[in-house]
Design a binder for this molecule. Structure first.
Ligand code: PLP
Length: 376
């Protein structure tokens, strides 16, 4: 099937695959070992760290490798809360947008039992955080403000400059889940205290991510796992050389192709919509174009359940639902409900992302497949 679910995961870039190849067998070495093999692995890890730093405008030493953005979000939120508790910092409010990824929402909720208050800032109909509401919710009790760069279900781009201004004015730390922003938008981490990244959203391998911790941050997260003290004591465990090398290579390609990738993805999604319209299919775009990253589409075909469309289309195209499917039960997406859509509208929503390796023919085929299903 044609893969159009790039918000879920992206195909591995050939450059990343090639860079990783020797590190699976020919070049063996634990990057923490003192012998030459270990030192060569360590050098490869540091080269990758620098590539990733270049993508997000950070210093390499401000990056800690993790197993993915889920773990980075857990360390950022739980680790900062722990640091505040241990450091005698009295602030107990954590403010998040209502449409954060579950790894942010659940990490934050887990802190309620430790005395933290979790405040969700509302979003508008395009999935953009309500800045005046945020202004009211952030104050002297706020320890951390966590807002994503780009939403993973609807592609909405968050006004991070405003979020930073509000958080700074209140003396709060800023965490950005940049899993869907990196490689799609120019990101400047210098403005954040913490940022989470995921390799498999930028055409790198699965199972690796990173947490950016600014050297200027007023508080450093405490570890949430304990072990050998790797990654500056923030994330113990052997750093997986092949995965890190692949992540670094993918970051390098993403940096050099940032503008070209966005133009390509945007062109394909526009072509897809044009083709769908020419086939006289009735559909509604949930998010207006300027609010979302190029290539990302959240659509519904009124009267058609998303899950039914996805299943019928699945041998030809891989697309995803805008609602979350938990152990076989369809629950409406919290993102769409928070944006003001009804339960029915949410369960009718499909999500597509045209990635670097999709072609025009994929967009045409997807429109043909979907219009045939909806017309049936
Ligand atoms: N945050 C966002 C916005 C995401 O889209 C994802 C992936 O689904 C994650 C976090 C989790 O990333 P990972 O799969 O690397 O744990």
């Amino acid at each position: 099937p044609i893969y159009l679910d790039g918000h879920s995961t992206t195909p591995l870039a050939p450059e990343a695959m090639e860079a990783m190849a020797p590190w699976w067998h020919a070049q063996v070495g634990n990057p923490h070992s003192p012998h030459l093999s270990g030192m060569l692995a360590s050098q490869a890890v540091e080269t990758a760290r620098s590539e990733l730093a270049s993508l997000i405008g950070s210093d390499p030493q401000e990056l800690v490798f993790t197993s993915g953005a889920t773990e980075a979000n857990n360390i950022a939120i739980r680790g900062i809360a722990l640091a505040a508790l241990e450091g005698g910092i009295g602030r107990r409010d954590i403010v998040v947008s209502a449409i954060e990824h579950k790894s942010v929402l659940s990490s934050a909720s887990s802190l309620r039992s430790a005395g933290f208050r979790i405040i969700e800032a509302p979003v508008d109909v395009n999935g953009i955080i309500d800045i005046s509401a945020l202004e009211r919710l952030v104050g002297i009790e706020t320890l951390l403000v966590s807002v994503m760069a780009v939403n993973n279900e609807v592609g909405s781009i968050q006004p991070l400059a405003d979020v930073i201004r509000i958080a700074r004015a209140a003396g709060a730390l800023v965490h950005v889940d940049a899993a869907q922003g990196a490689g799609k938008l120019p990101l400047d981490c210098a403005e954040f205290d913490l940022a989470s990244l995921s390799s498999h959203k930028i055409y790198g391998p699965m199972g690796i991510g990173a947490l950016f911790i600014s050297s200027a941050a007023s508080l450093r997260p405490l570890p949430v796992l304990f072990g050998g003290g790797q990654e500056a004591g923030v994330r113990p465990g052997t750093v997986p050389t092949p995965l890190v090398v692949g992540f670094g290579a993918a970051a390098k390609v993403s940096r050099t192709r940032l503008v070209a990738d966005a133009a390509h993805s945007g062109r394909l999604s526009a072509l897809f919509l044009e083709e769908l319209r020419s086939r006289q299919v009735q559909f509604i775009e949930n998010v207006s174009a300027p609010s979302r990253v190029p290539g990302s589409l959240s659509l519904r075909f009124p009267g058609n359940e998303a899950m039914s469309i996805i299943v019928k289309a699945s041998d030809r195209i891989s697309i995803s639902e805008g609602s979350a499917c938990t152990s076989g039960q369809i629950t409406a997406s919290h993102v769409l409900l928070e944006m003001g859509f009804t339960h029915q509208e949410a369960t009718e929503t499909i999500r597509l992302y045209f990635s670097r390796y999709n072609r025009e023919a994929d967009a045409m085929e997807a429109a043909a497949v979907l219009s045939a299903i909806v017309a049936r």
